[in-house]
Write a protein that binds this ligand. Structure first.
Ligand code: URA
Length: 212
C-alpha cells in the first residue's frame, strides 16, 4: 500500500490508510495488518491499550479478544459506553513470537513505542478527547514519554502538555493472569475504580496544540 503523506491525514479514514502502509519499525513484517483505533472524532474519552493481540491482528479491530471482554465489562461497570469512546493502542502492529503454531504476545520495546507514537498523536489530534485512559505500561510510556510504575500513578488525574487529562491504570489482560479468585476480584474492583475516576473528569475548554 502506498504511503500517505502526513499532511494528507485529515480524517480517521486517511489515518487508517497511512497506518496500513506503515513500515516505520519492523513489526509490520510479521503482522496481518495494522489495527487502527476505533470510535469517532469528538469522543470525550480515549482508551489506549498496548498493541493488538492475536484476535485483533486478524479482525483488524482493537480489543475484540479476551482482554477486550474484560475491558468491556470494566467499562460497563464504570458507566462508560464503549461505543462513545475512542479505543486504540500505543502500537498498531501485533508483536509476537511463534511457539509451535501459536503466536505468543511479546511486549513492544521503547523503540517500537516511539516509532508508533506518530499515529497515536494523529489520533489525538483528530479525536481531541478530553480524557485519555492509559491501559498499562506501554500506553503510559507512549503518552508520558517516561517509564512509569503503574502502582505509583494509577487512578491519579494527570494533565498532559496540551491540557488533555490522563488517567493511568492496569492493562485488563493482567487480570486474566491472576489465579487467586479473591485477588482477581479485588484487582478488578480497583481497575473499575480507576475507570470511574477517569469518567468523572469534567471536560474543560482548552487550547490545543501539537506540544506533547
Ligand atoms: N491488548 C491490547 O493492548 N490491545 C488490544 O487491542 C488487545 C489486547
Amino acid at each position: 500500500m502506498a504511503a500517505v503523506a502526513e499532511d494528507e491525514i485529515t480524517s480517521l479514514r486517511s489515518l487508517a490508510e497511512a497506518e496500513a502502509a506503515c513500515t516505520r519499525c519492523p513489526l509490520y513484517r510479521d503482522a496481518t495488518q495494522a489495527v487502527p483505533g476505533e470510535g469517532r472524532v469528538g469522543a470525550s474519552v480515549m482508551l489506549v491499550g498496548e498493541q493488538p493481540g492475536d484476535k485483533e491482528d486478524i479482525a483488524g479491530k482493537p480489543f475484540v479478544g479476551p482482554a477486550g471482554r474484560v475491558l468491556d465489562q470494566g467499562l460497563q461497570d464504570a458507566g462508560i459506553a464503549r461505543d462513545e469512546a475512542f479505543v486504540t493502542n500505543a502500537v498498531k502492529h501485533f508483536k509476537h513470537e511463534m511457539r509451535g503454531k501459536r503466536r505468543l504476545h511479546k511486549r513492544p520495546n521503547n523503540y517500537e513505542i516511539e516509532r508508533c507514537k506518530i499515529w497515536l498523536d494523529q489520533e489525538r489530534d483528530l479525536v481531541k478527547p478530553a480524557t485519555i485512559i492509559a491501559l498499562g505500561v506501554t500506553a503510559a510510556r507512549s503518552l508520558t514519554g517516561k517509564t512509569v510504575t503503574i502502582g505509583k500513578i494509577r487512578g491519579k488525574l494527570l494533565t498532559m502538555a496540551d491540557g488533555t487529562r490522563l488517567v493511568v491504570t492496569i492493562h485488563p489482560s493482567s487480570l486474566l493472569r491472576i489465579e487467586d479468585e479473591a485477588e482477581r476480584h479485588a484487582a478488578y474492583r480497583s481497575f473499575v475504580a480507576d475507570l470511574k475516576a477517569a469518567a468523572a473528569v469534567k471536560p474543560e475548554p482548552k487550547a490545543r496544540g501539537r506540544s506533547r
